[in-house]
Design a protein around this ligand. Structure first.
Ligand code: HEM
Length: 489
């Protein structure tokens, strides 16, 4: 090729790249993006929150970045997050196209389902089924208290020794969602269940890794022998486990006498078939909903409870004040009821402070507009990937008395009463907010108060406190840590 033709071709390619990675008119501004990689090289995917914070100092609370070929809008700060999640909640209630997730579970179920009839029906059905488990059948509260006593028994086997609480907490928390969805719990030494939970956690970390971002950005990566292949191997095992559970239910259930979520769904399927209705209830949606609840209901809540233990261990005075309040309200009863929390402002403030300070789901779950929509004077096209930086509001210096320290006073007034703070969004907000919020709050309160009733939580070594830096992923989890449980009862 002649030199002039090569130059011309180079210029055309550069022009195409500029066109592809320059922001459309009206789109939020953002850092200059490189051809092909976009802004990916400027972000450390082991903790992208730092880069997101840095960009917002230059471009404001609503700005854009490119993840490879994909433009994304980042939303930070309470004013704009409220606008996206609540005021324009329905306009932003879709989920974006995500190559990895679509390869795993399509667009069924609840979490990744697009805004529409199927998502609405499944969200409504799941919320009401979770609520109904308070009536007639064993209530959620009873299930949690029963599991708490297994947890305490297990911890009692190791009193005064150093223990890593992760496996037991993880198993106990997951048993609650398993009991509601499958109608059974798993022993703490069940090796198959432990393997499944480990694979879930591994995938929750890998889902935000650079390999997943590359997979999402460039379709051809799918076939390369890179670390993202591990996600698919793990999911095959997790789905195999869930499929077995479902098949067993189908074989052994008593129609019309539902004992758990799967039974309720199968009854609903029978009803729809009898009525000849064209509904969105089907086997595929059942499978994905079961997976959604199992995965969403385990890591987030288990991580929150582990953060509670870690912060109590590192803040013995706060731990002691909680215990005083717990004992005062409990009296000589075996355990507290969930209702008792209304008389326990300090403990509630501590639990909320754990959720604020740990920001367990720092970037929420990505949203997308259902149509072209205006935000902060910008035009955001339908389907754009919206990253909701929930953690940004939790450390906002204009919103908190003590933004950068663990301090329950953030949720208390001078009279020691619990105050409602707008900039507290651990479960997100609006039409797509966390569906398990009530269950998660109940679990955290009942497990936490039960553990503090039975044990004093101590640091293994008071001279070198444990590392409280979170490990980034879909959830912010604590690094594995050791603690000493001193028995009190
Ligand atoms: C402390 C524990 C938990 C935290 C911090 C948490 C947080 C969140 C967040 C931030 C979202 C994204 C909301 C959005 O898109 O704006 C979410 C969604 C969701 N969560 Fe949770 N969650 C927790 C526990 C649970 C539990 C126990 C369940 C199971 C019952 C659950 C089920 C779901 C589901 C199904 C969605 C998707 C909702 C939808 O797309 O309509 N979560 N959660």
């Amino acid at each position: 090729m002649e030199l002039s033709s090569a130059l011309l071709l180079g210029l055309v390619l550069l022009g195409l790249m500029w066109w592809k990675w320059s922001r459309p008119k009206g789109f939020p501004p953002g850092p200059p993006a490189l051809p092909v990689m976009g802004n990916m090289l400027q972000m450390d995917f082991t903790n992208p929150l730092k880069a997101l914070r840095k960009f917002s100092k230059v471009y404001g609370p609503v700005y854009s970045i490119y993840l490879g070929f994909t433009p994304a809008v980042v939303v930070r700060g309470i004013k704009d997050l409220k606008e996206v999640l609540v005021n324009k909640g329905v306009e932003f209630a879709d989920r974006p196209h995500n190559r990895l997730i679509e390869a795993i579970s399509g667009t069924k179920g609840i979490i990744v389902a697009p805004y529409g009839q199927s998502w609405k029906q499944h969200r409504r059905f799941t919320l009401s089924t979770l609520r109904n488990f308070g009536l007639g059948k064993k209530s959620m509260e009873e299930r949690i208290c029963e599991e708490s006593s297994y947890l305490i028994q297990e911890f009692k086997k190791n009193t005064n020794a150093l223990i890593d609480p992760h496996l037991v907490i993880d198993n106990a928390v997951s048993n609650i969602i398993c009991s509601i969805v499958f109608g059974r719990r798993y022993d703490y030494d069940d090796p198959t269940f432990r393997d499944i939970l480990n694979l879930v956690h591994e995938n929750m970390k890998m889902a935000t890794s650079v390999w997943s971002q590359l997979y999402n950005a460039f379709g051809f990566v799918r076939h390369l022998p890179l670390p993202h292949q591990k996600i698919f191997r793990n999911i095959k095992v997790i789905f195999g486990f869930l499929r077995k559970v479902l098949e067993e239910h189908k074989r052994t259930r008593n129609p019309g006498q539902p004992q758990n979520y799967i039974d309720c769904y199968l009854d609903e399927l029978d009803k729809e078939q009898e009525d000849g209705n064209k509904s969105t209830f089907n086997d595929e949606n059942l499978f994905t909903c079961v997976g959604d609840l199992f995965i969403a209901g385990t890591e987030t809540t288990a991580a929150s409870l582990e953060w509670c233990l870690l912060y109590m261990m590192t803040n013995p005075d706060i731990q002691e004040k909680c215990r005083e309040e717990i004992n005062k309200i409990r009296g000589d009863r075996e355990h507290l009821d969930y209702e008792d929390r209304m008389m326990m402002p300090y403990t509630q403030a501590v639990l909320q402070e754990v959720q604020r300070y740990a920001s367990v789901v720092p970037l929420g779950v990505a949203h997308a507009p259902i149509k072209d929509v205006q935000l902060n004077g910008y035009t955001i096209p339908k389907g754009t990937l919206i990253l909701t930086d929930l953690s940004s509001v939790h450390y906002d210096e204009s919103q908190w008395k003590y933004p950068h320290e663990f301090n329950p006073e953030n949720f208390l007034n001078k009279e020691g009463e619990l105050v409602k703070v707008d900039s507290f969004l651990p479960f997100s907000a609006g039409p797509r907010s966390c569906l398990g919020e009530n269950l998660a709050r109940m679990e955290i309160f009942l497990f936490f108060t039960s553990i503090l009733t039975h044990f004093k939580l101590c640091c293994p070594d008071t001279k070198s406190p444990p590392d409280c830096t979170p490990v980034f992923g879909v959830s912010h989890t604590p690094k594995r840590f050791l603690m000493r449980l001193v028995p009190l009862t």
